[in-house]
Design a binder for this molecule. Structure first.
Ligand code: FMN
Length: 382
């Protein structure tokens, strides 16, 4: 893989092109699998302008949840099986009936022009290179139809923020379905924004060229922690709205941001086809339980009536195996693909996803399982 030509650097978004991270590049082309994602994270930090980096890394308040999400997976212990024939192990699975290469999806994260001049177009290209499902965010900086053009073998889903203007939401979801996105992930944990002292200290300034182009009025992108949002219910989303959306949506609805079994059961009762256990990467409410802690309760409550996914702190193949063992059908990763995007555009996104896919396969084999569905709860020590 070729490095990006420095002459393509786009100073407008502060993207500094490839600054020659020889460590990663010298080893097997441009791959991250000789290192781990922690190394890539450090490179992304040196690459991005400080306000963009702060937007990516931040958690709410004291950042307790965003940090604990990661350590919770690491602190779970595996109980591997031995002597099984794992020579034909494979990561393929399905989500909502669609075949995918591995149960690792790219979580919706907004405002990608803060990380790369081509924004979400580049992320979608990277996802396609790695056959990974890309869940595009409402607060993207690229029109959804352009992102859809980058789709190859893997499905794309669309994350929905339900803004108050329902006629605009209807227009948006019809466009989403027409463009071939196959599911809507309704974010349910974010009626008001949380607070980030880190981003408040170094906010990114709203700029004319970075807009939420899929939102009504195409407003300039602001950080969720902008003072203008204080005291506002930005996305009024209640059980009533979920009921309405499930009836109105031409494609299946997933509830993203559920942390309790009783809520998950109610989402499914109202017609959600899947539930995503997520605390938004710890970016809005701090000191919640971790997603690793929340997952078993949700899985038990849903009782197989809908698929359950999980995100928050997944950084290793072993984390994915643990999530599968606890009952998740698939996981999503939020920050790691952004690190790849910042360091090496689409190739960087693809490298992150391929790295995780390979890491998962190795972890599965070392645990004595051949398929994601063989990961049973007894693989994790209680
Ligand atoms: C920079 C950034 C922007 C995000 N934007 C959104 C968003 O617009 N909508 C949403 O539902 N979640 C958003 N999230 C949360 C992610 O979808 C996901 O839940 C979280 O990042 C998973 O945790 P991880 O980053 O530890 O993998 C965002 C996360 C980050 C890091």
């Amino acid at each position: 893989m070729h490095l990006r030509d420095r002459s393509n650097d786009d100073p407008s978004c502060g993207w500094r092109g490839n600054t020659g991270f020889a460590t990663l590049q010298q080893i097997s082309g441009w791959r991250v699998d000789s290192y781990d994602l922690d190394q890539l994270e450090k490179e992304a930090e040196t690459k991005l302008p400080p306000p963009s980096w702060a937007f990516c890394v931040t958690g709410a308040d004291d950042e307790i949840t965003s940090i604990e999400n990661v350590s919770a997976w690491r602190n779970l212990r595996l109980r591997p099986r031995v002597l099984n024939d794992i020579s034909k192990a494979a990561t393929e699975t399905t989500v909502l009936g669609q075949k995918i290469a591995a149960p690792i999806l790219i979580a919706p994260t907004g405002r990608h022009k803060l990380f790369h001049p081509q924004g979400e177009r580049e992320t979608a290209r990277g996802a396609a290179l790695a056959d990974a499902v890309y869940v595009m965010a409402t607060s993207a900086n690229v029109p959804l139809e352009e992102v859809a053009k980058e789709r190859k073998n893997a499905p794309q889903w669309f994350q929905l923020y339900l803004f108050p203007e329902h006629d605009e939401v209807e227009r948006l979801i019809d466009r989403v379905a027409a463009a071939g996105f196959t599911a809507l992930a309704l974010t349910v944990d974010n009626q008001v924004y949380g607070w980030s002292p880190r981003q408040a200290r170094i906010p990114f300034e709203p700029r004319d060229d970075i807009r939420n182009v899929n939102m009504p009025g195409q407003p300039m992108a602001r950080t969720a922690y902008d003072a203008s949002f204080r005291g506002k219910v930005v996305f009024p989303t209640t059980w009533r709205e979920l009921e309405w959306l499930v009836k109105r949506s031409p494609i299946p609805v997933i509830c993203k941001g559920v942390m309790r079994g009783d809520d998950a059961r109610r989402c499914v009762d109202l017609g959600a086809k899947a539930v995503m256990v997520s605390n938004h990467g710890g970016r809005h409410l701090d000191t919640t339980i971790t997603t690793a802690q929340a997952l078993p309760d949700v899985v038990d409550a849903v009782k197989g009536r809908a698929e359950v996914y999980v995100d928050g702190g997944i950084r290793r193949g072993t984390d994915v195996v643990k999530a599968l063992a606890l009952g998740a059908r698939a996981v999503m990763v939020g920050r790691p693909p952004i690190w790849g995007l910042a360091v090496n555009g689409a190739e960087g996104v693809a490298a992150v996803m391929r790295h995780l896919q390979e890491d998962l396969l190795r972890a599965m084999q070392l645990c004595g399982i051949k398929t994601p569905s063989e990961a049973a709860r007894d693989l994790v020590a209680s």
